[in-house]
Every structure is written in structure tokens, then in C-alpha cells.
Design a protein around this ligand. Structure first.
Ligand code: ADP
Length: 230
């Protein structure tokens, strides 16, 4: 699904990605982990065509990445920080994004899942961080694309919403989709991921299952296994 070869990205003299290679399976949930500043968001934005690497190739479903809206609108993306105008009402925002994408949307199903009905006529600026994140999740998941990229989808969510999110992601995987996810909540990552991809010094330092990670680090506990890499 996503095939990355020899990716290099520098910002000025700062080398962020340094010959990164990654091939994801046709479907499944892949967690992209690594310390702060290790290049997770840069990698994600490169796949989306939002960051232009100095060198390397990225293909999504056999198609070369393009810096073009028509390319990007076939990927469902939850950004780490969404900067929508605060004076928009939730319903207005959902309608605006639907118009922009011009695709069939399943917003109502997701509004029901995250219990957002009472918030639809509220302005974004009046929502709590957690409620805003649920709105962002509706916007991300409503188009049913084959590749979903989630940058910190768990941030601000209460435990019940986390369970709903986990079930939603698992359902999407069962449809045969590829889901790339970053998160700081390690038990969420452990429960949900088919593969762990760990970035270090601009490359993929580890790529394998949770069990393989535990075995290779000699740790029974996932969080300890991650800490052991560092
Ligand atoms: P992560 O998501 O793993 O925390 P990022 O990909 O956000 O890491 O950032 C990797 C490094 O690149 C950081 O040191 C960050 O400050 C730097 N960086 C990211 N984007 C830019 C940019 N547009 N201009 C300059 N430096 C950037």
C-alpha cells in the first residue's frame, strides 16, 4: 500500500529523515513511534505530499505522491493540530469539508458514535479539547478512503471515547484498509497495532509485531520494550 524508498528530508542543516525505507502491508494497523522530533510527522506529511523530500520515492497504491489536492483527497488524514476557524459551528464545518471533498460522507454514523449531536450547533471555539478532537475524527473518518493516517488521534479523549475510537479503527482495518497511527498512549498502541515501526536517527530502527518487539528487547511489558529501544 505505502512503499517508501531511500527517503531523505532536511530542514536547513537539520537531518530528519536519512534514507528511510518502509513498505506497509496491503491492510493493517501500523503504529509509527519514536522520540519527540524523530520525524514521525515529517514522514506522515511526506506521504501526504505536504512535505517535499530532497531525495527518495513514495508510492501509495502504486501511485507516486503528488503535491496536489486530487491526490491528497484520497487519503483520510487526522492532523496533530487542526486549525479550523473557531467561529464556525460544528455542523457548518462538517458541511464545508463535505463540499470540498465532493464525496459521499457517512458523517451521521460518526456523529452518533462519538455522541456529538448536542454540539453540532456550537462554535468550535466553545468546544473542549476532547470534543474538538471528536469533531476532527468525524471529519477524518467520514469519507471511507483506503488509507487512513492518524497523527495523535487519542489526544484529549476520555477512556470511553478511546474505546469507541479503537473499535472504529479495528472495523476500518477489517474492511481491508491500511491505517498509520501515531500515539503517546502505549496501551492503546499495543492493543491496536499489527506492526510497530520505530523511527530513530532518520531511519526505521525497528519494524515488527508487538510480540517481536518484546522478544527482541527481552521485555514482557510493551512500555518497557519501547523504553529499552531508547
Ligand atoms: P515528531 O513528529 O517525531 O515529533 P517532526 O517530524 O515533527 O517529529 O519533527 C522532526 C524535526 O524536524 C524536529 O526537530 C522539528 O523541529 C523539525 N521540523 C519539522 N518541521 C519543520 C519545518 N517545517 N521547518 C523546520 N524544522 C522542522
Amino acid at each position: 500500500m505505502v512503499n517508501i524508498t531511500n527517503l531523505h528530508k532536511k530542514f536547513g542543516s537539520l537531518v530528519v529523515l536519512n534514507g528511510l525505507n518502509l513498505k506497509t502491508p496491503e491492510s493493517g494497523i501500523i503504529a509509527v513511534l519514536g522520540p519527540n522530533g524523530s520525524g514521525k510527522t515529517t514522514l506522515i506529511k511526506s506521504i501526504l505530499g505536504m512535505v517535499v523530500p530532497q531525495k527518495g520515492e513514495i508510492e501509495v497504491n502504486g501511485q507516486r505522491v503528488k503535491r496536489h489536492w486530487n491526490y491528497r483527497k484520497n487519503i483520510d488524514y487526522l492532523p496533530q493540530i487542526a486549525n479550523f476557524p473557531g467561529n464556525l459551528k460544528v455542523q457548518e464545518l462538517i458541511d464545508m469539508i463535505k463540499d470540498l471533498r465532493g464525496k459521499e460522507a457517512r458523517d451521521q454514523e460518526l456523529i452518533d458514535l462519538f455522541k456529538l449531536e448536542p454540539f453540532l450547533q456550537k462554535k468550535l471555539s466553545n468546544l473542549s479539547g476532547g470534543s474538538k478532537q471528536k469533531v476532527n475524527l468525524v471529519l477524518c473518518f467520514m469519507f471511507d478512503s483506503p488509507l487512513i493516517i492518524l497523527d495523535e488521534p487519542t489526544s484529549g479523549l476520555d477512556p470511553v471515547s478511546l474505546i469507541r475510537l479503537r473499535k472504529l479503527i479495528q472495523r476500518e482495518k477489517e474492511k481491508g484498509k491500511t491505517i498509520l497511527i501515531t500515539s503517546h498512549i502505549m496501551n492503546f498502541v499495543e492493543e491496536i497495532s499489527d506492526r510497530i515501526v520505530f523511527l530513530l536517527e532518520g531511519k526505521i530502527y525497528f519494524n515488527g509485531t508487538v510480540e517481536e518487539l518484546k522478544t527482541s528487547t527481552g521485555e514482557k511489558d510493551f512500555e518497557h520494550a519501547i523504553a529499552n529501544i531508547l
